[in-house]
Design a protein around this ligand. Structure first.
Ligand code: 3LM
Length: 409
């Protein structure tokens, strides 16, 4: 389908993000593909309708199992991730639950990293058990710890890297070796990096999931999720997880907006990464700052691993201020340009407090055990002029300094 931009050997990442899987001549020369606002699709004959349900004919049936406009974006994202097939969902949580509901059953175990996005953590920590699924959390920054924990009932191994919110890095190739040796399916949440910065399937992961609400779409105007894997896995997740279990179907229009955002993914990720690197360095040398977590900093504990598996270090920075959360609260309220809001990967620079916001699903003692403090502040560095972002943040820190709060810790 579409032009020969599907050939990764011929065309670069940005070219494929713009052209892959769509030929304007298929649709009257329209530069952008149409949005197919149709819940159902007419069958050429009753017999062919039956064949589509039987999986013998791959034509469209009903929007819950596929739509031609959505299909273009699914193929494009799959090629960018280096996977065989893709599936878009209505949110990142929709993608994650579709995968887990498809792959796990009573008596199965999932082992996840210690640090996860708050709702993913809550799903595993509080809800999996109700369905007879055991969830365990291990420190996956060390593949040897996974090797110790993994057992015959471990069906899924799951991590985010860099992890939300504290930027810990998991060694995808190392963890993949352990999973392969034990026959477990390895799922990586690639939300923070996108395929422009990191391609987990090429490093041995079996399934990539995304909150496409973030960098992939990039403009904070939609919710979407994605799964990329082999054709066999995607067919199962589509026909079981989404079609019959969670119904987390993306709308045609959101898929279109996601495709539009993906056209500028490489430009945006370069700019996010450049500005975040500069900001991390400035913050690391600031009086009011206790610690900065950014994989691009030379003294970040996993800097060498990050250099091996990421093309650049991304747009997310986490920091602890002297004076803990009270300093963080004052800092956020003193910002004028930078916006206090959850979510990430938008054009706007966003700041938030994980312990009381995105990660409030962790109990306080769990936060300490799972590796992030109550004082942690997370910044999603946006696409504004870098000088303006830095000036706003430094002015807010200066105000904090004057208040004397950060010095009192
Ligand atoms: C957030 N994160 O601010 P959706 N995986 C990762 C994520 O960061 C997220 C999801 C999955 C945030 C959302 S908090 C109320 C706002 C690594 C979402 C879930 O279902 O598309 O939101 O993705 O960290």
């Amino acid at each position: 389908m579409g032009k020969s931009t599907n050939d990764a050997r011929t065309f670069g990442f940005s070219t494929r993000a713009i052209h892959d899987g769509y030929d304007p001549q298929d649709y009257h020369g329209a530069l952008n593909p149409p949005v197919f606002l149709s819940s159902t699709f007419a069958f050429p004959s009753a017999e062919q309708g039956g064949q589509r349900f039987a999986g013998e004919d791959r034509g469209f049936i009903y929007h819950r199992v596929g739509n031609p406009g959505v299909d273009i974006v699914e193929r494009r994202l799959a090629h960018l991730e280096g996977g065989e097939a893709g599936l878009l969902t209505s949110s990142g949580m929709g993608a994650i639950t579709a995968v887990l509901w498809t792959m796990l059953g009573q008596g199965d175990e999932i082992i996840a990293d210690k640090t996860l996005y708050g709702c993913t953590f809550s799903l595993l920590r509080h809800h999996a058990e109700r369905f007879g699924i055991k969830a365990r959390f291990v420190d996956m920054t060390d593949p040897a710890k996974l090797a110790e924990a993994i057992g015959p009932s471990t069906k899924i191994v799951y991590c985010e890297t860099p992890a939300n919110p504290n930027m810990r890095i998991c060694d995808i190739a190392g963890l993949s070796d352990v999973c392969t040796a034990h026959g477990a399916t390895f799922v990586v949440d690639n939300t923070y990096c996108t395929p422009y910065l990191q391609r987990p399937l090429e490093l041995g992961a079996d399934i990539v999931v995304h909150s496409a609400t973030k960098y992939l779409s990039g403009h904070g105007d939609l919710l979407a999720g994605a799964v990329v894997a082999s054709r066999e896995i995607i067919d199962k997740v589509r026909f079981v997880g989404v079609k019959e279990m969670n119904g987390a179907v993306i709308s045609s229009f959101d898929a279109y907006l996601l495709m539009r955002g993906m056209k500028t993914l490489s430009l945006r990720m370069d700019r996010h990464s450049q500005s975040a690197s500069r900001l991390a360095r400035v913050l690391a040398g600031h009086d009011t700052v206790e610690a900065v977590y950014y994989p691009g900093l030379e003294d970040f504990p996993q800097h060498d691993l990050a250099k091996r598996q990421m093309a650049a270090f991304g747009g997310m920075v986490a920091l602890e201020l002297k004076g803990g959360f009270e300093s963080g609260r004052r800092f956020m309220d003193a910002l004028k340009l930078v916006t206090t809001a959850v979510s990430l990967g938008d054009a706007e620079t966003l700041v938030q407090h994980p312990a009381s916001m995105t990660h409030s699903t962790y109990a306080p003692e769990e936060r300490a055990r799972h590796g992030f403090t109550d004082g942690l502040i997370r910044i999603s560095v946006g696409l504004e002029d870098y000088a303006d972002i830095e000036a706003d943040i430094l002015e807010a820190l200066e105000r904090l300094n004057r208040s004397g709060l950060s010095a009192s810790a």
